[in-house]
Unconditional design. Structure first.
Length: 296
């Protein structure tokens, strides 16, 4: 049988010595917004894919692994889910997962790049699955820094689905002491702040450890968790921050009660998955225990 010939490839460069290549079957959009380079493509293995500044953000094949991991451990731990804030999340999938909880009265999502939101609604409607049109969704196209400074509300959960805080990223300025303080002021005393927090691979975990160290002075519990996301070709890490809830110790009973209340069908997360998410390998625990750089 002859080999299939692909004439277009998306090459994601993790470092000068490491790449991941995806065969592209169709390009829906490729261009530059006011904030970043954006591409929406269909790949042979992962289906449709959103790419920002050359980095895979999510894929049709496995986005639920990432988004269920980001949202549901935090919401399972929160007593008051009536008001939720999302920073970033332009695809709408984080919003979708939050709104699966009938306890959510309003979910405010703030994303700076309206073009990404529009492109996602046009080309990736499976990601949001109607969430943008849910009457409980309050979608704001604007600067999260400005919103945090001007907003007077408080939230049971704040979910950060921003891009990694790399120097060339529009999210870089959102990882500093003043922003951490502003987020804490918007969080209810028994609330949970959860964020995507870079990679947990043995060779790529330094940024995640720096993020964890930076948040420890703000919260009693700063707990790392991670899972493998195939489209990212890496183990992806998250941080759950709270003064009252250690998500690593969340009981099976609380998780099951929360899951029983959700609308729609789950793909990845349950109480057994929760235990796996929070059981870290020794090399990552050692890295997290080291002193080192923090965001200022």
């Amino acid at each position: 049988m002859p080999k299939t010939q692909y004439w277009q490839w998306y090459v994601e460069e993790f470092s000068p010595t490491e790449q991941h290549r995806h065969a592209i079957e169709e390009v829906y959009f490729s261009g530059t917004t006011a904030f970043q380079d954006v591409a929406v493509v269909r790949t042979s293995t992962f289906g449709k894919m959103l790419i920002l500044d050359g980095d895979t953000q999510s894929s049709q094949g496995d986005e639920r692994i990432y988004h269920e991991s980001l949202v549901h451990p935090a919401l399972a731990a929160v007593a008051d889910r009536s008001e939720v804030l999302i920073l970033g999340g332009g695809e709408g999938a984080t919003l979708r997962e939050v709104l699966r909880s009938p306890d959510v009265r309003r979910c405010t999502m703030v994303d700076i790049d309206g073009d990404v939101v529009s492109l996602s609604r046009r080309f990736l409607p499976e990601w949001s699955d109607g969430a943008f049109d849910d009457p409980r969704a309050n979608v704001i196209i604007g600067d999260a820094l400005k919103y945090l400074a001007e907003d007077q509300g408080t939230y049971g959960a704040i979910i950060s689905d921003l891009t990694e805080p790399l120097p060339d990223s529009p999210s870089h300025m959102l990882f500093c002491e003043s922003v951490f303080t502003a987020i804490k002021q918007r969080l209810q005393p028994d609330g949970v702040y959860v964020l995507q927090a870079s990679t947990a691979g043995f060779h790529t975990m330094s940024l995640h450890a720096k993020m964890a160290r930076s948040l420890r002075k703000h919260y009693k519990y700063v707990v790392s968790f991670y899972t493998h996301v195939p489209a990212f070709d890496n183990d992806w890490a998250f941080l759950a921050c709270s003064d009252t809830e250690n998500l690593q110790e969340l009981s099976d009973e609380r998780i099951r009660a929360y899951l029983a209340s959700l609308n729609g069908e789950r793909y990845f997360y349950d109480e057994q998955t929760h235990r796996r998410l929070f059981n870290l390998p020794l090399y990552l625990r050692r890295e997290l225990a080291k002193p080192g750089d923090v965001f200022h």
